[in-house]
Design a binder for this molecule. Structure first.
Ligand SMILES: NC(=O)c1ccc[n+]([C@@H]2O[C@H](COP(=O)([O-])OP(=O)(O)OC[C@H]3O[C@@H](n4cnc5c(N)ncnc54)[C@H](O)[C@@H]3O)[C@@H](O)[C@H]2O)c1
Length: 267
């Protein structure tokens, strides 16, 4: 019997990276998983997105663990796709207990040459997307007077970053959403928190490095600031934090920001 037996977790950006690892960690603790991902290349940025093959292999892995998973292909910007996935999830599992708003993109752009398209894609996916997903799930949480929403922001949701104005703005926005939702949803028994990782060892990091013509290690060294002698953190570190925040061990945590930064923000 795991800690999340009979719970259902809706995870965006679940095909690979932090979303996938968190899905597996919840499944090992007995949760039903709804794995939502765009699962194809989109217009921006140019690095590798998740795929339907990855979603299918995630489902197979969870089934092998003795768990239940539903996969849903859609873009967090697409209210119709999100609504359909939420409706199917509630029909299948009866409820959604936990939302991990994790899908996001990152890219570099100069402050004076950034295009409208770059700005809009970043803000729409990283900030509007989590709002679209949450607004479809919150009514189900309210009906049961229970729920947890965890937003994957970044250290860039608590500080600035060079050539990252659109990313930084989107992630500070997500920090703000966390605060606002915590106030509004506390009376309904719904907790909200944000997590703020430093660099995480995922396809996003590799993709950003490739776009810069650098290795992931060179990028890590360029943005060096981790106090602990590690270039980045791993996806299981993120999953551990998310599971703690989603659990009853964090029952009085809401509106708070959790850094997973290897000390970066302490300087
Ligand atoms: N990798 C890092 O260094 C790092 C650090 C701090 C925070 N973050 C944040 O963590 C989250 C997850 O990042 P990751 O490192 O796992 O990235 P990743 O690129 O490895 O995985 C992201 C997943 O989200 C999916 N996705 C992207 N856009 C989507 C959309 N519009 N709709 C639905 N799905 C979409 C992708 O297909 C992919 O499967 C992001 O919000 C990111 O900003 C990343």
């Amino acid at each position: 019997m795991g800690d999340f037996q009979h719970k259902t977790v809706f995870i965006t950006g679940a095909a690979h990276g932090q979303g996938r690892e968190t899905a597996l960690a919840f499944a090992k603790e007995g949760a039903n998983i709804v794995a939502f991902d765009v699962a194809q290349q989109i217009e921006y940025p140019s690095y590798e997105f998740g795929s339907t093959a990855e979603l299918q292999s995630l489902k197979a892995e969870i089934t092998q663990l003795g768990g239940s998973a539903q996969i849903a292909v859609g873009d967090v910007r697409d209210d119709t796709a999100v609504t359909a996935a939420v409706t199917t999830a509630v029909e299948t599992f009866g409820q959604i207990d936990i939302l991990f708003n994790n899908a996001g993109i990152c890219a570099y752009a100069e402050a004076d040459t950034i295009t409208d398209a770059e700005w809009d894609a970043m803000l729409d996916i990283n900030l509007k997307g989590p709002m679209i997903v949450a607004r479809r799930i919150i009514p189900h949480m309210k009906a049961r007077a229970s729920g947890v929403i965890i937003n994957n922001s970044s250290v860039m949701g608590l500080r600035g970053g060079r050539r990252l104005s659109h990313y930084v703005a989107s992630k500070w926005g997500l920090t703000g959403l966390t605060k606002a939702w915590a106030i509004e949803l506390a009376p309904f028994g719904i907790r909200v928190a944000s997590i703020h990782p430093t660099g995480v060892n995922t396809a996003m990091n590799d993709g950003l490095a490739a776009m810069e013509g650098a290795t992931p290690m060179e990028i890590a060294e360029r943005s060096a600031g981790n106090l602990l002698p590690v270039p980045w953190v791993e996806v299981e570190d993120v999953a551990n934090l998310v599971l703690f925040l989603a659990s009853d061990k964090a029952r009085y945590v809401t509106g708070a920001q959790f850094v997973l930064d290897a000390g970066l923000l302490s300087v």
